[in-house]
Design a protein around this ligand. Structure first.
Ligand SMILES: N[C@@H](CCC(=O)N[C@@H](CS)C(=O)NCC(=O)O)C(=O)O
Length: 214
């Protein structure tokens, strides 16, 4: 039995849920909030971060560690490219998604949705403007250059690169921000293809329901 600890709106929890959906694995979800420092959660997540994966009594934190564990435990529909250079490229794009892209995209969602809707606090508009006008453009430009004109980020099927890039873009989309198709044509088309896929559609419906939008 597989359980994902963490709210689905976290870009890191979303990575895990997308991978599970891609592999067709059933899972249950416990909506732990980020920073939970209860004794029970601290035992399975010493940094108090989400996600944590629980599989038949075994637990591990960290989305990247979880994705590798899942791919080794459930090798059907692999999410790691097999040849070393493609794998290195996919791991790098996942890392870039986890760092630069999350840092510049996820705060748009946090400021525009989480603060007003969940904490009854105002959006910091200056911070949103800084993210959209200053921090995001070079990150999106880099990804636009790195992506192919069609298909997946690396190779001919979905990989950790796609999961790592698409997840933070979904956070930005919740915050009403989409990459501009004129400025970032390859990235915008890539994200539209991802949004049309069954696994992203399913994930989106779960997240909208969690936000009370559906
Ligand atoms: N490297 C971790 C990062 C996880 C992470 O930063 N999660 C955030 C939520 S999006 C969190 O739990 N933050 C709480 C905290 O830092 O106390 C991963 O890939 O899982």
């Amino acid at each position: 039995m597989i359980t994902v600890h963490g709210v689905p709106l976290s870009p890191f929890v979303r990575k895990v849920q997308l991978a599970l959906r891609y592999k067709g694995l059933d899972f249950t979800s416990i909506p732990v909030m980020p920073g939970d420092d209860s004794d029970a959660f601290s035992k399975i997540s010493p940094l108090h971060k989400i996600p944590v994966l629980e599989h038949d009594g075994f637990t591990t934190p960290d989305s990247s560690v979880i994705l590798r564990y899942l791919d080794q435990s459930f090798p059907d529909k692999p999410i790691y490219p097999s040849d070393p250079q493609s794998q290195a490229k996919a791991c790098w794009l996942e890392e870039y998604g986890d760092t630069k892209l999350v840092e510049s995209a996820a705060p748009i969602f946090f400021q525009r949705i989480v603060r007003p809707r969940f904490f009854n606090e105002p959006t910091d508009e200056a911070l949103v403007t800084q993210k959209i006008e200053v921090e995001l453009p070079p990150v999106l430009a880099y990804l636009n250059d790195a992506l192919p004109t069609d298909g997946y980020a690396v190779g001919d099927h979905l990989s950790i690169a796609d999961i790592g890039i698409v997840s933070p873009l979904m956070s930005a989309r919740h915050g009403d921000y989409m990459p501009d198709a004129k400025t970032y044509p390859k990235l915008a088309a890539y994200f539209e293809r991802a949004l049309a896929s069954d696994i992203v559609q399913k994930q989106l419906s779960v997240e909208l329901e969690f936000m009370g939008v559906n």
